[in-house]
Design a protein. Sequence first.
Length: 168
Amino acid sequence: MHWCIGIQSDGWAATMKKLLPWIIAAVLLLALVLYVASWFHMGTGSRVFARMWRKQLLPCQSLDEVKRHFNCIAMEGKGTIVDVTKSKFGRPRAFIKSFPDGRWIACAYGDSHSGWGGGTIVTRDSLGETHIFFCHVCGNVYAKGETLEEFYTSLRNYEFRPKEVFLK
């Protein structure tokens, strides 16, 4: 009787030894599939991050205040992106731009390819207005304009099909 149990036990162990590489491969494949699948929801925007960034931007009355709370970048010359502030861990990113007439805009955003808040742009401007856009943000915000109005037009016609969102 004990001998039969021993054979079954050894047979089970041998079977598990043969199956273990396949189980590991299946788990890794599943993890890869889930990771790749997560890319497809990116760029849809996040209401959670939109609310959070709007709350952080609302008290900012100048670009200097934005720079104190965000990791800021700007565009120089013919489309060269430069860091305006030293990057600090945990701070959201923001694209900032000032216009010849003294107006300015700050755009907190999440890159669609890096996860958290991906596909979300929240703006705050010198007129005190905030706007929220959900779209595919490919790396940075690439809106253009020589005036605040032109910049907003560029955001609304963003090449990655933006959707302006109004949250309570």
